[in-house]
Design a binder for this molecule. Structure first.
Ligand code: CS2
Length: 475
């Protein structure tokens, strides 16, 4: 084994890109909560380029609060890893922007002190939709296990909201400036929601002066992140070796495309991410609709159709003529629901079709199907309401909700070869396993998940479409 490490140098005849800066000369400036494949393919890749272009003490300490094997794998590699872009061409980059990884519940106390240290100027997050502890309408969910427990142990929190509040409280006490909190998850108005949740938590668990400190000094820019990042396949390690000449037991793969659009409101500086192509805008709302409604909404349709039709990967769904037609129809309805923007949505849709069909990316439909209750409100229900309001085609949204319900029902009744992984799976199993007519099934789904299927969508034209569509899907 010729293991990748800080001492590794480019080998002749290999095209891989290496950090164009001396990583050890750059201190950390960011603590990232939820260090997983996506953050390593997106945030770290942008930061690597920004460090090469402009420098600065902006390397990233990754935290895995639940613990993962990543820290142990990366430590002997001095936290270097290989990122492989797979498309028409294969491109490998050695990433130097990861400073270190802190992992496991017993290390949360160390994560907190890093967040409260002078060097930390940004706390970024990829903790998935369910990690925030928000209700279906985006408020702090005080019944979420992390939130409920952290309210009673504000100085030793274990969840992200409690940690951010505790770190800001420590900074206030010791007279340090606040940091920027940067959400990199697919939630609408992610910064604004996160700010609301942190403020609500601070008001409930901390001294009122903390609320004033956060309001006055902390920043929570909203942002739209995009890069399709599958779970690494079997062939990746061989590929990483072939591209670089080194063995990396934590290599990751992603698509060539990447996008990051964010509000430029940082309270304590930031890396020069614009040098890597990040777009800073005053308001992300339009971009967010484009991404959540077109990319992610269509992804969810693909995921549930894929699971029901035994298509393992997104590309397999795209290779099926009938299913691809559904994808095209969904993209068109999502684009019409958005309406006129300064952006070319047809071109965006075309690009998405090509990205979903990328033969080099094996993106499992099961990976996207996870956590539907957390994803569908912003991906499907929101554009459904917009389509009804604008008078555009709403049927594809009714169809996706119906497909999701049937996907869960089959599993709840023990008829599926797949597992449903969702924080609400126990409730869903209970209510959707009973014998029911089509209308009873829709009503049960609505009662269990009103944020996906509010009662007003059970009535009128949308309700009629749902009833018409769900029967054949159940058959
Ligand atoms: C996907 C996203 O898993 C999912 O729900 O829709 O992770 C998607 O791949 C990313 O948002 C792409 O940027």
């Amino acid at each position: 084994m010729n293991r990748l490490s800080a001492a590794s140098v480019p080998l002749p005849g290999r095209a891989a890109k290496w950090p164009a800066y001396k990583a050890e000369n750059h201190g950390f400036g960011i603590v990232h909560l939820g260090i997983g494949n996506f953050a390593r393919a997106h945030l770290l890749s942008y930061t690597d380029d920004a460090l090469a272009a402009r420098g600065g003490d902006w390397r990233i300490i990754g935290a895995s609060l639940r613990g993962s094997s990543l820290a142990g794998t990366l430590e002997p590699q001095d936290y270097r890893y290989i990122l492989i872009e797979r498309g028409e061409e294969t491109k490998a980059s050695v990433i130097g922007a990861l400073h270190s990884v802190v992992s496991g519940r017993e290390r949360i106390v160390d994560v907190l002190s890093l967040m409260a240290s002078p060097a930390c100027r940004i706390v970024s997050l990829t903790v998935t939709e369910k990690g925030y502890g928000l209700t279906g309408t985006g408020q702090l969910d005080t019944s979420h296990p992390d939130i409920a427990q952290d309210l009673g142990r504000r100085q030793s929190p274990q969840g992200v909201i409690g940690l951010i509040a505790a770190a800001l409280a420590l900074r206030q006490q010791i007279g340090l400036p606040a940091f920027t909190v940067l959400s990199c998850d697919n939630l609408p108005q992610n910064g604004r929601r996160l700010r609301g949740a942190v403020l609500e938590f601070a008001a409930l668990a901390h001294d009122p002066s903390l609320v004033r400190f956060i309001e006055a000094h902390a920043a929570f820019p909203s942002g739209v992140v995009d890069r399709i990042t599958p779970i690494p396949g079997q062939d990746l390690f061989g590929l990483a070796r072939a591209e670089t000449g080194y063995d990396d037991l934590a290599a990751i793969e992603t698509e060539p495309f990447r996008q990051w659009i964010l509000e430029d409101s940082f309270c304590a500086g930031r890396p020069a991410w614009e040098t890597a192509g990040a777009l800073f805008v005053p308001d992300i709302t339009d971009y967010e609709r484009m991404k959540l409604w077109m990319l992610n909404g269509t992804h969810s349709l693909i995921a549930y159709c894929g699971c029901l039709h035994e298509k393992k990967y997104v590309r397999d769904v795209m290779a099926d003529g009938h299913l691809k037609d559904l994808v095209v129809r969904h993209l068109s309805a999502a684009s019409s629901a958005i309406g006129q923007l300064g952006m070319d949505l047809d071109a965006y849709a075309e690009k998405l079709k090509a990205r979903f069909s990328n033969p080099a990316i094996a993106h499992a439909t099961a990976q996207i199907a996870m956590d539907g209750t957390q994803k569908l409100p912003q991906r499907i229900t929101a554009p459904a309401f917009a389509a009804l309001k604008r008078g555009t085609d709403f049927e594809p949204f009714a169809f996706t909700i119906a497909v999701w319900i049937v996907y869960v029902e089959r599993w709840a009744k023990g008829l599926a070869a797949y597992e449903v992984s969702d924080p609400q799976s126990a409730v869903l199993r209970e209510v959707l396993s009973k014998p029911s007519s089509d209308l009873e099934l829709l009503r049960a789904a609505s009662a269990a998940c009103p944020h996906i299927l509010p009662t007003e969508l059970l009535d009128g034209r949308f309700g009629a479409a749902l009833q018409r569509l769900i029967g054949p899907l159940r058959a």
